[in-house]
Design a protein around this ligand. Structure first.
Ligand code: ADP
Length: 239
């Protein structure tokens, strides 16, 4: 396996608070890794630093041996890091297809016109939303908005996909669909970092998990081992 994403000593201070404290882990190509931890443990701040939305106080993020730290979010996206947000971000008055076409226009390959249209349809097909391509985005159900957001992220042809609680808020049927969808990305070789509280999803999708507590990494290993770890259980129970 080759290391794709390498996070070393990543640290973020907000005033006197060290929200992320020396986080170090790496991901191999095609891995689906869970990033777990109680609320406030620093998971979203890690994603924000990896995607360039926040500059780290210390530490580095490398993709394929190339340093991403210090680059703008746009440059980092162009290098191959895509993400979804906890609150779905869409262009509500545009059609589903236009939403994905817009992402393609600013993506790594900068596709336009009919090429972009065909590519957008392929991405919508991939997430099971091709039949809603002409629907206005704001009229979609919640899971379909999430599917569209995923299609937008995939339009950038990412090497690494950061999913921030992408499966939160789905009902059991939708959750099964969502899990299958993320699993299919892993099978296609997309490397996924999954911040997730839905443990069934973590067990089904992640071969490996990294667990954070109070900004620090407290476990990194096979999912079954990590979830049975006494310190991890204590962190989740807040004891
Ligand atoms: P998680 O995603 O694990 O819930 P976060 O990364 O959102 O945790 O937050 C980690 C800590 O950093 C929390 O204490 C949070 O209040 C704090 N924090 C997050 N973003 C900011 C910010 N922009 N300014 C100040 N404090 C922040």
């Amino acid at each position: 396996m080759t290391t794709l994403l390498e996070i070393s000593g990543l640290t973020k201070q907000f005033g006197g608070l060290t929200a992320v404290d020396g986080v170090t882990f790496s991901m191999d190509k095609g891995e689906v890794v869970g990033l777990l931890g109680p609320n406030g443990s620093g998971k979203t701040t890690v994603l924000n630093m990896v995607s360039g939305l926040l500059p780290p106080t210390r530490g580095t993020v490398m993709l394929n041996g190339e340093t991403l730290t210090g680059l703008s979010p746009n440059r980092i996206a162009l290098k191959g890091v895509a993400r979804t947000f906890q609150l779905v971000r869409i262009l509500p008055s545009l059609s589903v297809l236009e939403n994905v076409v817009a992402a393609l226009a600013f993506g790594r390959r900068r596709l336009w016109g009919t090429v972009a249209r065909d590519e957008a349809l392929a991405r919508l097909e991939q997430v099971g939303l091709a039949d809603r391509a002409d629907e206005t985005a704001e009229r979609l159900t919640y899971i379909d908005q999430k599917r569209m957001e995923l299609a937008r992220a995939l339009a950038a042809d990412p090497a690494v996909l950061l999913l921030d609680e992408w499966l939160a808020g789905l009902n059991p049927t939708e959750l099964r669909i969502g899990i299958d969808l993320v699993a299919s990305l892993g099978e296609r070789g997309v490397t996924v970092l999954l911040v997730e509280h839905v443990m069934d999803a973590v067990r089904a999708l992640c071969g490996r998990c990294v667990v954070m507590n109070a900004g620090k990494t407290i476990a990194d290993g096979r999912t079954a081992d990590v979830l049975a770890d006494a310190e991890v259980v204590r962190a989740y129970l807040g004891a």
